[in-house]
Design a protein around this ligand. Structure first.
Ligand code: GSH
Length: 216
């Protein structure tokens, strides 16, 4: 739990990158204030948000500290790593286990998330929906799903035996499998992992932050 001199403010919406951080906050049992930034209403471009993240994106985490200026963090991966290291949870401190966890975290950060986001653009959001763009981006996601399914047929969690930031970074994007025309039934090990991770109280709670936020 945070102390009175060390409070947290979370800025997010009902989006996968945002849910990564709210899941982590809930998994750690931290107290935080949640601010809604409705990206469909372009709230990410208000002066208040741009002052925190000049990229104009969520999630953002502000850590108020007694003896130092506030620490303002953006980029979901950077926030996950900061919280994992600050609290000594969900990321091994060193050695092979840490290296493996970071490898799978990077797959989630640099392939699963961005590829699914691009697929979603072409399958649903774009005014024009060229088949070549759809098939290209969906194929990129399919390759990642096959990778994750094969991995999870061998071990219970992405990093191996322990639940980690890699699972937290991947889960909310797998929840959006429909964005990239994926069927979880085609990936039995990934589907079993998705059910197990999704049953965790911290994950269930984190997926509902900010309260009432809806992307559609
Ligand atoms: N690499 C960034 C991506 C953040 C991102 O793209 N956030 C989306 C919501 S999931 C957003 O703010 N979109 C609004 C926009 O790009 O204007 C991260 O992992 O935090």
């Amino acid at each position: 739990m945070t102390g009175a001199s060390h409070s947290l403010e979370f800025y997010g919406w009902a989006t996968p990158n945002s849910q990564r951080v709210s899941i982590m906050l809930e998994e750690l049992g931290l107290t935080y204030e949640s601010h809604s930034v409705n990206i469909r209403a372009r709230a990410q471009f208000t002066p208040e948000i741009l002052a925190l993240n000049p990229y104009g994106k969520i999630p953002i985490l502000v850590e108020h500290r007694a003896a130092a200026p506030p620490l303002v963090l953006f980029e979901s991966g950077a926030i996950l790593l900061h919280l994992a290291e600050a609290h000594g949870r969900f990321l091994p401190a060193g050695g092979d286990a840490r290296a493996a966890t970071l490898s799978w975290l990077m797959v989630a950060l640099t392939s699963l998330g961005p590829f699914t986001g691009q697929a979603h653009h072409w399958t649903e959001l774009a005014a024009e929906q060229p088949g070549v763009a759809q098939s290209h981006t969906v194929a990129l996601v399919t390759r990642v799903y096959r990778l994750l399914d094969a991995r999870l047929a061998q071990v219970p969690y992405l990093a191996g035996t322990a639940y980690s930031v890699a699972d937290i970074a991947a889960y909310p994007w797998i929840a959006k499998h429909g964005w990239a025309w994926q069927e979880l039934a085609d990936y039995p090990a990934l589907a079993a992992w998705f059910a197990a991770v999704g049953a965790r109280p911290g994950v269930r709670a984190g997926m509902l932050v900010p309260p009432g936020a809806r992307l559609e």
